[in-house]
Ligand binder design. Structure first.
Ligand SMILES: CC(=O)SCCNC(=O)CCNC(=O)[C@H](O)C(C)(C)COP(=O)(O)OP(=O)(O)OC[C@H]1O[C@@H](n2cnc3c(N)ncnc32)[C@H](O)[C@@H]1OP(=O)(O)O
Length: 439
């Protein structure tokens, strides 16, 4: 029996998913696919070809040398008749998790050309990538944003964070208290001019917000450089707002605006691209500005956390018109390494029995112990306190989805009374996981 429900005949190559082939029944006749990793920066064009067909958008990945985040060696394609028809990529980045920062596979660019879908190509690429993450890159965790949430649960990913969107009616909402001028002052400029200061604020804030990813230079490009006017969708150039406190910059907002007079009355929009603050004073001052930009009626922010303090700062939280959806999906790639790397909110001594149909190395019974000094996760023959799938631990890993909630959904099962409540508390975290818009 192979990985594809008997539909395929699989010949494995290197064993870590780097080179592989796959024969599917296709439309009544065998079809041979050759799977390989890419090697050259120019291969980004092969990837863009597949993405254009699968997403209907041209040039999704920027291939210019100084701008690109593309990592050819982490990108795998399936070729048919010498042409790439499926793609799966990854970025090498760190992710903040409760109390730690972990090397984490950032999965992206999953795409299969329309004519080659539903033959198991993405499944094969995913399985190979998980093994490569574990055995080649030694990353205990993998995360992604899903184009459609239903795709990735079958690969052991669980919904680990929720994303909030604000569509604020700025006529209806004000801060309850005016920010005090003594705490610092605001500076208005362009992101390009204050790039270093922005990066420094981001680096200070990043470790304490689970779900935020590290950024090398090219990841900053879309935040600090404007696209050419035809690609701005009517928005202005990007603006930067910095809050200077006693010890330098304590927060920034990158934002832009769109003017709209279509209904003969002012109807402009402020779009918050990113807002990061390391002090409450900075956070309040930035929002005070953004909520009162002349000639605008709406403030839009697409990538906010579910516990955003803005909800508590304003006089009419309903006018924030906050909606939530799934954010990051997380998958434990190396279960003991991942579970022992994060910190827990309470002491813990728990035996978990785990199923993992793709990485059986993770399956079985694990004893997880945590106290103020040490966290360990080792195999055990002891009786389980909780039983679950690896996807449930992925969902709970960043502290944003409670094990109790997963149990109420019938996914996590409690075998020892009291174990679920204790584990739910310990896996929880004071700061909700969030994900950056830029991933
Ligand atoms: C992290 C990211 O990259 S997010 C971007 C994901 N990409 C896209 O959404 C682009 C458009 N879609 C596509 O390119 C493809 O349809 C993909 C990548 C989603 C799936 O590729 P495929 O090669 O068709 O997947 P594969 O054949 O391995 O399917 C495996 C299973 O998932 C199911 N499946 C795959 N995609 C979907 C979907 N969009 N909705 C529902 N079920 C799906 C298949 O039916 C199959 O189920 P089965 O095992 O019960 O038969």
């Amino acid at each position: 029996m192979d990985d594809f429900d008997g539909r395929t005949d699989v010949a494995r190559g290197s064993g870590n998913g780097l080179v592989d082939s796959l024969t599917t029944a296709g439309a009544g006749r065998p079809e041979q696919y050759f799977l390989r990793s890419l090697s050259a920066p120019e291969d980004v064009e092969l990837v863009n070809g597949v993405l254009a067909d699968a997403f209907g958008i041209e040039g999704l990945v920027d291939g210019r040398p100084e701008h690109t985040v593309f990592e050819p060696a982490r990108d795998h394609v399936a070729e048919y008749d010498g042409e790439p028809v499926a793609n799966l990529g990854a970025f090498t980045r760190d992710l903040s998790v409760p109390g730690a920062v972990l090397p984490t596979t950032h999965v992206a660019m999953g795409a299969v050309r329309q004519l080659h879908r539903r033959r198991g190509l993405m499944t094969r690429l995913m399985h190979g990538q998980l093994r490569e993450s574990r055995y080649v890159h030694h990353e205990p965790l993998s995360v992604l944003w899903a184009s459609e949430a239903r795709i990735y649960q079958r690969y052991g990913y669980g919904m680990a964070s929720q994303n909030s969107t604000f569509t604020i009616d700025n006529r209806e909402v004000r801060l309850k208290k005016e920010p005090t001028l003594s705490a610092g002052r605001l500076r208005e400029t362009t992101p390009e001019r204050v790039h270093d200061e922005i990066r420094e604020v981001f680096e200070r804030a990043r470790p304490s917000r689970p779900g935020w990813s590290s950024r090398t230079g090219p990841w900053w490009t879309p935040l600090v450089e404007d696209p050419p006017p035809p690609f701005r969708k009517g928005y202005s150039t990007m603006r930067a707002l910095l809050f200077d406190g006693t010890a330098g910059a304590e927060g920034y907002a990158i934002w832009r605006r769109k003017q709209d007079w279509s209904s003969d009355i002012v109807n402009g929009e402020v779009q918050v691209v990113e807002l990061v603050a390391t002090t409450p004073a900075a956070y309040a001052a930035l929002w005070h500005f953004l909520l009162s930009v002349d000639l605008t009626r709406t403030v839009k922010w697409d990538f906010a956390a579910v516990d955003e303090p803005l909800r508590l700062l304003v006089n009419e939280p309903r006018a924030l018109r906050m909606t939530t959806g799934d954010g990051l999906w997380a998958r434990l790639v190396d279960l003991p390494a991942a579970l022992s790397a994060r910190r827990y909110s309470a002491p813990l001594d728990l035996v978990i029995e785990v199923t993992d149909s793709i990485l059986p190395e993770n399956a079985g019974r694990w004893r997880l112990t945590a106290d103020d000094n040490d966290t360990t996760c080792v195999r055990t023959a002891g009786e389980p306190d909780l039983v679950c799938d690896v996807a449930d631990l992925g969902a709970a890993y960043l502290g944003g989805t409670s094990l109790a909630s997963l149990a109420a959904a019938g996914q996590v099962r409690e075998r020892r009374p009291g174990a679920l409540a204790a584990a739910s508390t310990a896996f929880g975290w004071p700061v909700a996981p969030s994900a950056l818009g830029l991933f």
